[in-house]
Design a protein around this ligand. Structure first.
Ligand code: NAP
Length: 337
């Protein structure tokens, strides 16, 4: 590899089940000069998000699938190393949709400049002050519409999105119950984040019984990060006029088929509202969301965990940790400057 090559991981074939090195492969490609209006950033952080697994498939989704042969698409944060755009100088830092690669070449308009002098660790702009924090903020407040005194249940509660959902729900005066996959995660939710109760869904046995026990007054808002059997069980525990904010269905992303929901009739029986969303629905309100999240974070009202792993060559095994629950908080890959 010369200093003018770009190491990247690309989609060689579409996975069924967990992606492996058969589906995601490494190559070094030449790095050219930026064309008129373009910049080249050296990636400092790559955000590892469950949604990337969906983009590896060609099933209908909210954005185009990754084409076979293309580098694996990912949000990235990097430093400008070459600029042919009037708004960017070498040394500027910004965020964009990039890929699992050392350098990303992109139009200047696609790079969202960040101020390094705020004293905020840059990686947070991919997590609590970025897409995952914003997903929690808009998904809970706009879609879930929680009211003081109500009970909010959140799945994948110790993750990047779920942990912020629960803390915002507490600030709304709700009773908050989280579901997570280990006792350590459950202890963090109740011990440090102020959740009222937590369910270890891997050891609790019957989901319905566990939810009813942890939510004796029923559930008014379910923030669904996982879909599948947990969603199906929760449908039977929802109160009249409850809302389900469908954020993601991580339990199905590597599954051959999506399990059927036996309890969907509860939508009629309890006059439920089930509404899906993506954070992109709120693009024009991102500034409001980031400002509020930053204020809460600075005031210590929102705590977060980051799981930062070094080295581009670790990208695939690190990404897979999202699906066995071994990530603790927002999963980010760090590349050397
Ligand atoms: N709609 C949007 O715009 C939007 C934006 C961002 C993320 N999302 C969605 O939000 C959800 C969480 O994403 P995140 O980035 O915050 O990831 P995360 O929660 O930090 O990490 C994923 C977690 O999901 C849990 N999980 C994995 N497989 C599971 C299974 N089969 N059943 C139950 N839980 C499972 C694991 O935690 P445990 O140890 O608890 O099992 C894992 O740590 C995902 O569904 C994602 O697609 C949606």
């Amino acid at each position: 590899m010369t200093e003018f090559s770009n190491r990247q991981y690309f989609l060689a074939s579409r996975p069924e089940g967990m992606p492996t090195t058969e589906h995601v492969q490494c190559r070094d490609v030449p790095l050219g000069e930026p064309a008129e209006g373009q910049v080249i950033i050296r990636n400092l952080y790559i955000s590892l998000d469950p949604a990337i697994r969906g983009w590896m498939s060609d099933a209908p989704n909210y954005i185009e699938p990754i084409a076979i042969g293309d580098a694996v698409r990912s949000s990235v944060l990097g430093r400008v190393v070459s600029s042919n755009h009037p708004d960017f100088e070498v040394g500027d830092v910004g965020m964009a949709m990039g890929a699992w690669e050392q350098y990303t070449t992109l139009p200047g308009e696609a790079l969202n400049k960040l101020d390094e002098n705020l004293g905020i660790p840059l990686s947070l702009f991919l997590g609590v002050l970025g897409p995952t924090g914003l997903t929690a903020y808009f998904g809970l407040l706009e879609v879930g519409q929680p009211k003081a005194g109500e009970t909010v249940l959140v799945s994948a509660a110790a993750g990047a999105v779920g942990s912020v959902v629960g803390q915002i729900a507490k600030m709304q005066g709700c009773r908050v119950v989280g579901m997570a996959g280990s006792d350590d995660k459950c202890d963090w939710l109740t011990g440090e984040l102020g959740f009222d109760a937590a369910i270890n869904y891997k050891t609790c046995g019957d989901y319905q019984a566990a939810i009813r026990q942890a939510c004796p007054g029923g559930v008014d808002v379910y923030f669904d990060n996982v879909g599948g059997e947990i969603l199906d069980a929760t449908l039977t525990c929802l109160n009249k006029y409850a809302r389900v904010a469908v954020c993601g269905w991580i339990s199905t992303y590597n599954a051959a088929e999506i399990p059927r929901l036996d309890n969907l009739w509860q939508v009629v029986a309890e006059s439920l509202t089930i509404r899906g969303f993506t954070v992109l629905d709120y693009l024009d309100r991102f500034e409001e969301g980031v400002t509020q999240l930053a204020e809460w974070m600075m005031a210590g009202k929102i705590k977060y965990r980051e799981d930062i792993v070094d080295g581009l060559d670790n990208v695939l095994p690190t990404f897979l940790r999202l699906f066995d629950g071994s990530n603790a908080g927002k999963l980010v890959l760090r590349l050397p400057e």
